[in-house]
Design a protein around this ligand. Sequence first.
Ligand code: H79
Length: 633
Amino acid sequence: MKKQSLLKPCAVAIAAVLMMPAAVRAAEATAKVTWSQYDVTSPGDILGGPAGVLPGSAKGVDSTATVNGIEYAMLPAATLGLNSGGFPMCDIGDLSDVGLNRLFRKSGYGAGPVSYSIAGAKPGQRYRAQFFVLNQSWAKTATMTLTLEGSASPAWEVATNGKIPDTGRLLQAEWTQAAGDTTIDFTLTQNSGGSGVQLGGFVVHALGAGGADPSEVRVKRSGETPAQRAVRMQWWREAKFGMFIHWGLYSVTAGEWNGKADYGEWIMCNCKIPVKEYASLATRFNPVKFDAKAWVRMAKDAGMRYIVITAKHHDGFAMFHSKADPFNIYDATPFKRDPLKELAAECQKQGIKLGFYYSQSQDWHQPGADAVLGRWDPAQNGDFDAYLQKVVLPHLKELMTNYGPVSVLWWDTPTGSMTPERTDQMKAMLKLQPGIISNNRLGGRNGGDTQTPEQEIPANGIPGKDWETCMTMGTQWGYNKNDVNLKSATELIRMLIDIVSKGGNFLLNVGPTGEGLFPERNIQRLAEIGKWMKVNGEAIHGTTPGPFAKAPAWGRVTQKPGKLYLHVFDWPKDGKLVVPGLTARVETAYLLAAAKGAALKTAANAGGVDVAVPAQAPDPIASVVVLEIEAKP
Ligand code: H79
């Protein structure tokens, strides 16, 4: 095989700062993987293309990034088979998707890993995967390890061994594809610490002998294309606002156990209630006041476009009629109804999407499942795989089969038991619902479709990702009669606006009672939100973040093509709403709350645009001023 001069000699000389021996996974077929770092001095270095062919020329370039003052070109979405200088070079997909992702969030569920899978690899072929460090300035610790792990045979695993490469450094791994293996799967993980690094420029090169036919070594990205993904995500991206419902056996306790208060849906664990004793709550669970039609109506009237309900929370109690296990609302309670069936039918009827929350790892009832704070009852001991086969997979199959269209699968609390072998089996069940959207909490090496900040709104959103803040009105998810200090409707509406202005969705929780009712305090807030949404929903649904890098002092901005929506929290006392930095020509301005004819005067100046507004805010919560602007050429 011809040695590739992928990097300029000088770069190679400066390079090889770290030559890391491959930490190869034991007991599997091994491939020698070299892992090295180089200084990057030109775009050609990054992408390996011969100078002047790619990506230095504009041909096929669809995005750029600047690192240390050098502009780098990113390969376009199309697979490239380029035969030059002896090796074809192939890109693994749309780099606007995979190339400039911020891979790791500072903490919590959003923190990596990111997986790639490539089909059509050639056994015996030598491959090289490359990426570069776009920005590590917010990686707070120098001991973070990045691991690039190949799941296909031969198994390989390379790590930076605690040293984070500097911004602008190129990292690469090389291996020979094993006999009979036509896929390349790899996963990049941040192992510990740090607040994140941004990586870019992923490419996989098939290294061939001189004159190799590119068609023979073409590497194609497998699975969904970014365009297909955009179609699948469309309803969710437009919906912006959904209802989370936490309802289960815990609701019967109303948050109290033996006089101890305040435990919501975690009461079984927090009070270490023995499995049998907790299960006996089922005899008292008879929520005859449950009314699917009313619940769906309340969500819709609040301006919500989807509902995600707990099919099974950590307590292991299935809120649907399962043939797989009797610990469910149909078989174990006097209720003898399947609320998820009723909800599914109502959601269909009223035209709102339905999704299921499912606690896949943690289950305090089933033997062998995990309990993140430790087991407290010997009845919980057992084998995880038995739990997986007997409970999780049958449950998922039922949920994906018996309830019509299921729009969301909301996993939670992934544990160390979420190995690729297990999560692959769970994910396979989702294939029964082709359009389904699943979150990033399955675990293993599954990134998921959506990021899930819990009880928080990321300061700057999560750029480049689909994300959804889930939040309670009070402090807990499951019904707790003592959880009475709720956010006000004003706070909740402003949070919704804030989230949407940053590109996210808001999944707002309701915890119904053991009788099947929404608590009055939740109903009241939903109604107030609905009142605001009825007037202003246009400024929420189907919008994207406003064009300004910084939110204006008076509120937030969302937009649709040709329209800016100014959500004003602090109404100007002098009747002049200043929109700093707006350069587009304003054609019309009006209050969303007023008849469309009532135009507001606008004046453009060097600093932006001033809008003359009435002295009184039309809505003390948030008044929306619409600016119809000239369409961008
Ligand atoms: O379903 C909701 C939560 O029950 C679930 N995710 C949302 C959507 C969740 N499970 N675990 N966690 C969130 C994080 C763990 C929180 C805990 Fe605790 C802190 C467990 C024990 C201490 C909160 C406080 C729950 C019990 C006491």
